[in-house]
Structures are given as C-alpha cells and as structure tokens.
Write a protein that binds this ligand. Structure first.
Ligand code: AMP
Ligand code: ZN
Ligand code: FE
Ligand code: FE
Length: 296
C-alpha cells in the first residue's frame, strides 16, 4: 500500500466498467460528462455503449484523453426475439461498416415512429402528454427511447423519476407498449462480427415479458460468433449469475460486468459491477483491430 498518489494508482487491478449510456441515447449526461463522472468515480477503463448509435464516440474519445482514462467504444443493439427485446453489446466495431450503419439507422427511425404511437395511445387515455414534449427531451441526433417519454412527464410535472413512468405506463407489459424494428439476435451477432467487433449479450437474464432468452438461442448466437455474457449486472440475482456462469462454461464464453449507468436516469452507479482485466484482453483480442481500445 502506498501512502502517496491517488487511490487509482494504489490499486493493482484496474476498475473496468463496460456498459454505460450518455445523452446520445437515453443517459442524462453528455459523453464528456459521462467520461468525467467515470474518472471521478475511479473508473480506469470505460465503455460507452449507447443504444443503436455510435454518435457519442468522438466526444467520449476526446474526453477520455483529457481525463487520462481508457475508452472502449461500443454500442448496445436492441434485438427482437419472440415479442421481447434482447440487448446485444457490440464492442470495437468499425463505425464505417455500411451494413451495421444501415441497420442501426433503420432501428433509430423506427424508434421515432414507435414513440409517436405510444404517446398517442397514452394521450388518448388521458395521460397529459404531447409528442412535441417528448421530442424536446431527445438530444440532437440521439436515439429516442421510452425514457424520453418519462422525461417529458417529469418536465411537465406529472412524475418525479423515470422509474415511476416505467412502473405505471412504459413497462414491457403496458397496454401502451409498442415495439420497434430491431434485428434478430443471431443476425445482430453476425453484423457485429462482420464489422470487426465483439458481441456480448447485455444482462441476458433480465426478466422480460416472455423470458425469451433460452440456452438454445445463446448457443446459436455463440455459433454465429458471440464472445460473452454480461453476468454481473444489477438486474441479475445470484440465480441469474450462476446460470450465466454455467452457460459460459459450457459454451466457452467470457463473463463481463458493468453498471449500465444512465446518469440520473437510473439508480445504477458507475462501477457498481465490473469486468476482469483478463476478460477485457480477450475482448480486445477477438476484435479485428480496426477500432482500437483508446489508452491515454
Ligand atoms: P427502449 O429502448 O425504448 O425500449 O427503452 C428501454 C430502456 O429504458 C432500457 O434500455 C433502459 O435504459 C430504460 N429503462 C428500463 N426500465 C427503466 C426504469 N425503471 N427506469 C429508468 N429507465 C428504465
Ligand atoms: Zn437505456
Ligand atoms: Fe440494456
Ligand atoms: Fe444499457
């Protein structure tokens, strides 16, 4: 133990948080603010993984250099599977890849149409809300999502935190729920791989409407190039962690952990779950190298 230097220097193992959001999707902080908050929280390696977009990468890269932390550029792709949504993290993809870029743009367009439909259903039922109010909550070029409906309801004084909106109106089981275009999970794995990136299933055992993620699907995703499962996540209890460990052992997958931080939009705190350095090395080794881990 050293008596001088920062807590970060005194530690032997780096703190690695591989899944966070900025205001470029449904986080509440700009990419620079996210990176600053991560540095402040003692994170050594941060992944920015906004929903269906790479729009925050450049700003995050600049901020990571300024704050002296390592940045892993990634995305979180929503995938459609049997009426529920499975999330796939894609690390270090080539942001020039035409197929992946097209697919993400298609998903973002469909997300706008879908929010408009959800708002119409809610307004028809007397919930005080207009689509223009929702649009006012979406940053320029940001991926629109249900949390922006919640933000509009906070802005007009109906509720105080996003949680309340998800409990009452926005959950997957809600009568106001409308889906959006999203690729099939096996195809999403193929797209990430074809773009030189590394696919990892985000919070694989989060309870969804149909609890759709079965072992057979994970095996098909593995055969398509899946590299890991995000086992250590606040949506997982000991049972889900054990299930992820057993499945990863059987299929030869790595296990990651993260905060899934959304700024003030969620209770999740930076670095509340983390990834082992050996796992980060495996992720880096599995990428094509076109998009590199950015080290200070
Ligand atoms: P969408 O991308 O439109 O399907 O919305 C799903 C997103 O909403 C998830 O990725 C979470 O980030 C967010 N979310 C889900 N549940 C909650 C909650 N209870 N409070 C705040 N955000 C939530
Ligand atoms: Zn989110
Ligand atoms: Fe997710
Ligand atoms: Fe997420």
């Amino acid at each position: 133990m050293t008596t001088t230097g920062s807590a970060r220097e005194a530690r032997t193992r780096p703190v690695i948080d591989l899944h966070t959001h900025s205001a470029v999707s449904d986080g509440t902080e700009t990419p620079s603010e996210l990176v600053a908050a991560a540095a402040e929280a003692g994170v050594d390696v941060l992944a920015i993984t906004d929903h269906d977009t790479v729009a925050g990468w450049a700003e995050a890269a600049e901020a990571a250099t300024a704050h002296g932390i390592t940045l892993v550029r990634g995305i979180e792709i929503s995938c459609a599977w049997r009426h529920s949504s499975i999330h796939l993290l894609g690390y270090l993809t080539d942001d020039d890849d035409a197929e992946l870029t097209r697919e993400l743009a298609r998903a973002r367009d469909s997300r706008s149409t879908r929010l408009q439909r959800m708002v119409a259903l809610m307004a028809a039922d007397g919930i005080p809300l207009g689509y223009d109010e929702v649009l006012a909550q979406v940053g320029p070029g940001a991926t629109p999502g249900r949390p922006h409906i919640a933000d509009a309801l906070i802005a007009n004084g109906t509720i105080r935190h996003r949680d309340e909106a998800f409990r009452s109106w926005l959950g997957d089981d809600s009568p106001y729920y409308v889906g959006h275009y999203a690729p099939d999970p096996v195809r999403a794995v193929e797209l990430v791989r074809a773009a030189g990136g590394v696919p990892v299933i985000a919070h694989p055992f989060t309870r969804t409407r149909s609890g759709a993620l079965d072992d057979a699907l994970v095996e098909r995703m593995r055969d398509a190039g899946l590299v890991g499962l995000e086992a250590y996540h606040r949506d997982h209890g000991p049972e889900e962690v054990a299930r992820a460990q057993a499945l990863a052992g059987r299929l030869g997958l790595v296990l990651t952990g993260s905060s899934d931080y959304h700024g003030e939009g969620k209770r999740n705190r930076l670095a509340e779950n983390t990834t082992a350095p050996e796992v980060l090395e495996a992720i880096e080794a599995a990428s094509s190298g076109v998009t590199e881990v950015l080290r200070p």
